[in-house]
Design a protein around this ligand. Structure first.
Ligand code: ZN
Length: 103
């Protein structure tokens, strides 16, 4: 992607431009979900297509799982993440999904 401030090409997963140090990451949204709706909600977010990163947190704010959303993850590589989500859903009663979206 290109830095929105200086226009130079920078890695897609950058949060800050290495050239001009401006913030370049997408914006974050958070959802509270019940454990049984966790997997379905993540699948829905992946289908929306403009998601860069999905972070699952427990009610104490600890990160349980981070999914870097790439083309590969949307395809075959999502299976292990869905298995991990299923395991998380069995452990917690509710959790927070933080989603970084592309601008
Ligand atoms: Zn820049």
């Amino acid at each position: 992607m290109k830095c929105s401030k200086c226009g130079r090409e920078i890695p897609d997963d950058s949060n800050y431009c290495p050239y001009c140090s401006s913030r370049v990451g997408g914006h974050w949204e958070e959802f509270q979900v019940e454990a049984e709706g966790l997997v379905a909600k993540v699948k829905q977010l992946l289908r929306e297509g403009n998601v860069r990163r999905i972070v699952i947190r427990n009610p104490e704010g600890e990160t349980l799982l981070e999914i870097p959303v790439t083309i590969g993850v949307i395809g075959a590589l999502i299976a292990p993440y869905l298995a991990a989500l299923g395991a998380i859903a069995a452990l917690v009663s509710n959790c927070t999904i933080a989603v970084e979206r592309r601008e």
